[in-house]
Ligand binder design. Structure first.
Ligand code: F6R
Length: 369
């Protein structure tokens, strides 16, 4: 059942190319246009949407943060990400033109369910991005977009995260196509690029030996920091969450731009810092800015573990380790850059002799508020 792997988590990390490919399957027609047969909401209603609120918890909320960048870019509809347990209590601004997208692997997370119910009471249109057929949240929603990651057994979420991000891309591209804005014509080319991603994840998984080795030497580490920018920012937070859950190590993810506003004070000689570097093709010169951040922390003694695109030579002088990911367009990069962070957490937990699949104090689905 673990497919020859020692743990479900390792198996599920290796399932990820399929999780992405299967979530894309059947969502385009012969011409490459997006079709969402399961979207049981009228096109008129979807065209009238003027605001999107994503509600989710934990890893699913980080998928939502990635989705925000992509959906806003493609549709120009404002997207807000709310932690589901905060949403209900913050007098949310929601009406019949608001699309409330919940993201949940289990479909049973009580906080997320209550947020969806609250949104419906306020008149919102609700769509559930969910991995579990017949679960409660899809039943309580107007429509469902299933992620096809297959059952996720390990408590820490991996393949469901990639499938959630993929489904949100599909939703964003569908809305862009439907509304016919300036981006509508590009939706098909993004879908083509997305179709290449599973093969790239496979390639990446084939090069994780060094990450395993690095983790194996870090069993005594007490703190690890993660930096990222733009879509790399939620990836950094997800990397930190995996490490907290699995290795019980203090870990924090920051937006790299925040560094000089405080967190840089944490840097002392030997402090390990993962840096998720944006693609050199990113807009607004973000790549160069993050390379400068690596330089700044390195000068203060940080041990820099850099995740960078193949061929990005600019990071070399300041990196203690470079982990290479295949190139893709900047908005799609999280499907690749998060993988080494999952692998790192898996092997650090293993190096500490901990239970990878059943970390202490956690349950697979949190059905109480
Ligand atoms: C992290 C993790 C949790 C879940 C969160 C939401 O590895 O598994 O943070 O992502 O509890 O769960 P679902 O997606 O089932 O609503």
């Amino acid at each position: 059942e673990k497919g020859g792997y020692a743990t479900f988590m390792e198996k599920e990390i290796h399932d990820q190319p399929h999780a992405v490919a299967d979530t894309l399957l059947g969502r385009t027609d012969a011409d490459g246009r997006l079709v969402l047969d399961e979207m049981s909401i009228s096109e008129e209603q979807l065209k009238a949407v003027d605001r999107i609120t994503i509600v989710a918890c934990g890893t699913a909320a980080y998928a939502g943060m990635v989705a925000k960048y992509a959906i806003e870019h493609w549709t120009r509809i404002p997207v807000e990400v709310a932690l589901a347990h905060e949403f209900r209590y913050c007098d949310p601004i929601v009406n019949e033109r608001t699309l409330v997208v919940s993201i949940s692997q289990s479909g049973e997370t009580m906080d997320t369910l209550m947020a969806v119910k609250h949104a419906r009471e306020l008149g919102a249109i609700t769509v559930s991005v969910c991995n579990t057929h017949g679960s409660t949240i899809p039943r309580e929603s107007d429509a469902v977009l299933y992620t096809h990651a297959g059952p996720e057994i390990a408590v820490a979420s991996t393949k469901a995260f990639l499938a959630q991000i993929t489904a949100c891309y599909v939703l964003g591209l569908y809305l862009a196509q439907l509304r016919g804005g300036s981006f509508a014509d590009d939706a098909q080319s993004v879908m083509k690029e997305l179709a290449q991603v599973p093969g790239k994840i496979e390639t990446l998984l084939g090069r994780m030996d060094r990450v395993k080795e690095i983790a194996g030497f870090m069993a005594d580490t007490r703190s690890v920091l993660f930096l990222g920018r733009h879509v790399g920012y939620p990836v950094a937070m997800e990397g930190a969450l995996k490490l907290k859950e699995l290795a019980y190590i203090h870990a924090e993810g920051f937006a790299a731009g925040e560094l000089k506003h405080g967190p840089i004070a944490l840097i002392e000689p030997g402090q390990p810092v993962f840096v998720v570097v944006p693609s050199p093709t990113s807009e607004h010169g973000l790549h160069g800015k993050v390379v400068s951040n690596i330089q700044e922390i390195r000068a203060r003694g940080a041990r820099t573990l850099v995740i960078a695109e193949e061929g990005d030579e600019a990071v070399e002088p300041f990196a203690d380790e470079v982990i290479r990911v295949p190139a893709t367009s900047p908005l799609l990069a999280p499907l690749l850059t998060v993988v080494p962070l999952q692998v790192f957490a898996l092997w650090l937990s293993t190096a500490k002799g901990l239970d990878v699949d059943q970390p202490r104090n956690l349950a697979k689905s949190v059905t109480v508020e």
